[in-house]
Design a protein around this ligand. Sequence first.
Ligand SMILES: [Zn+2]
Length: 191
Amino acid sequence: MQQEEIKELFKKNRALLTGHFKLSSGLHSDTYFQAALILQHPKEAEILAEKLAKKIKENNIEVDVVISPAMGGVIIGHEMGRALGTRAIFTERIDRKVSLRRGFSVNESERILIVEDVITTGLSTKEVIDTVKSIGARVVAVVSLVDRSAGKVDFGIPKFSLLNLEVKSYKEEECPMCKEGNTAVKPGSRK
Ligand SMILES: [Zn+2]
C-alpha cells in the first residue's frame, strides 16, 4: 500500500486532519494526527499491523517479542504480536523511568521489535530501546504507524513506518495561517 492510500485510510477515520489547529502544546499546525482514532477500530488496527508485519518479514527480520510503550503503542503493539505470532508486552513510565512491569520479562536470547504509534523526536523510543538493552535483550527493529520526523530519526537499527509526515508547527505569533486571518481550532472540537 502506498503512502497516499495509508493517508486516505487515516483521513477516512479522522486520525489525520488537515486544517489549522491549536495543539495541546499550544503550537499551531496545519496537520493533526491521533492514532487512537483509527486504532479504536479493531479491524483497521489489524490491517495496519499486517502491513507493518509485512515490512518486517520482507526484510527477513526475526522477532520473538514485541514491546511497545504505553499508552500509545499498546494497541498497535498487541496487533503486531498477532500478525507476527509473538508475545506482545509493553513498557510503562513510572516516576519518569521507562520499565517493564506486571511480571513482564524478556531474556537475553530474545529478539525484540519495538512498536510505536507515532515517532516524533524519537527520544521516548530511544528510552524504550535503552530499557530493553539494559535487560540484556537485543532490539532488532523499530516500527511505527507514523514517522513525524519524515524519516530523520535514526536509532542505528532498521526502522519502518507506514507513513512519513513532515508536520510543521508554529508559535502562534509566527503562524502563517493566523497571519492570513484564519482562526485555529482545537482538534476534536466539533463545529
Ligand atoms: Zn495559527
